[in-house]
Write a protein that binds this ligand. Structure first.
Ligand code: SF4
Length: 317
């Protein structure tokens, strides 16, 4: 399958074809691995400072289901959430994987990286001889990875972990690595953004990224562009209170300045998304989330995103 066909299939989900990803893309991944005699993507997943919401979102992947992702797309060698091994045995696997797949593995980092107090706010492992602070682990494993994927807004941009007053001195993954980082932001991430990115890396290498380092395939348009309430916005028909069916720009919706395909891809088995259940978008994929969206539900200063202004491309936050 050619790259543009793959991208079209990912986007076909936007047209209500819920099964496109698992029924069309997944067989292509298998065919590709067989034809090219390649192995699945070796992955090391480090969880640093976050709420763990992104691995929960990942577990909720439905097209394809989690077992298919493990079976057909990735070899998840190390992850403190998903692996059975613990303590020194787990660290042993981490070390051996990094050695065996040096410059071939994909490093997934979930969470921001605390720097204060020498990084001791987040320790990934320790023995009587050493302590592995997250900041050192991300630097070292990031240096020897083929690709680095930051999953979730904390890893991508600092997110809630680095929000005011940021007592741990947390920063994003890209701030401590001198290399390209693919930011798959979201609080939490939509599992299809993440799985689609992994499939792209496996078959075609680096995806096209937007100006915030995110795969343009999923973040290239504003939420506002495809929102089901867009016609209300265009006709200046605004909600007075939560629960009204009109556009929620008046209630502080951040859709006009937020890049993501939530209105069509949706969440939880493609069932819903915030605006559909009467909650304004809070801009969770943005670089300045949450400080830049706070206090939530405060109207943006002017009506931005009129037909003329909204070219469909994300407006930077
Ligand atoms: S402002 Fe929000 S609710 Fe209104 S059309 Fe845009 S995304 Fe939808």
């Amino acid at each position: 399958m050619k790259r543009d066909q793959f991208q079209k299939l990912c986007r076909d989900t936007l047209k209500g074809n819920d099964f496109s990803f698992s029924q069309a893309v997944l067989p292509e991944v298998k065919k590709y691995l067989k034809k090219e005699n390649k192995e699945k993507l070796p992955v090391i997943w480090l969880e640093t400072n976050d709420s763990g919401d992104n691995n929960i979102a990942f577990m909720n992947t439905t097209y394809p289901y989690l077992d298919r992702v493990f079976e057909d797309i990735i070899d998840l060698w190390y992850s403190n959430t998903f692996m059975a091994a613990q303590g020194i045995n787990a660290l042993d696997i981490l070390e051996k994987t990094a050695e065996k797949y040096a410059h071939e593995y994909t490093l997934v980092v979930e969470g921001a990286v605390p720097l204060k107090y020498n990084g001791l706010f987040n320790v990934l492992g320790y023995s009587k001889d050493y302590i592995i602070a997250a900041k050192n682990a991300v630097r070292w494993f990031g240096k020897h990875a083929k690709y680095v994927v930051a999953i979730g807004t904390c890893a991508s941009f600092g997110g809630p972990t680095a929000a005011r007053p940021n007592i741990t001195g947390s920063v994003s993954v890209s701030e401590i690595l001198d290399r390209a980082v693919i930011n798959v932001s979201g609080c939490p991430v939509n599992p299809e953004w993440f799985v689609g990115t992994l499939a792209h890396l496996l078959m075609y290498g680096m995806p096209e990224l937007d100006n915030l380092g995110r795969p343009a395939l999923f973040y290239g348009f504003t939420v506002h562009r495809h929102c089901q309430r867009r016609s209300y916005f265009d006709n200046n028909n605004f909600a007075q209170e939560i629960g009204d069916s009109e556009c929620m720009f008046s209630l502080g919706c951040s859709g006009p300045r937020t890049g993501a395909d939530c209105p069509y891809r949706m969440w939880i088995n493609h069932v819903s998304w915030p605006v559909k259940v009467n909650t304004p978008c809070i801009g969770c994929t943005n670089k300045d989330f949450p400080d830049g969206s706070s206090p939530f539900f405060t109207p943006l200063p002017k009506k931005s995103g009129s037909k003329k202004e909204d070219s469909g491309k994300e407006q930077d936050s």
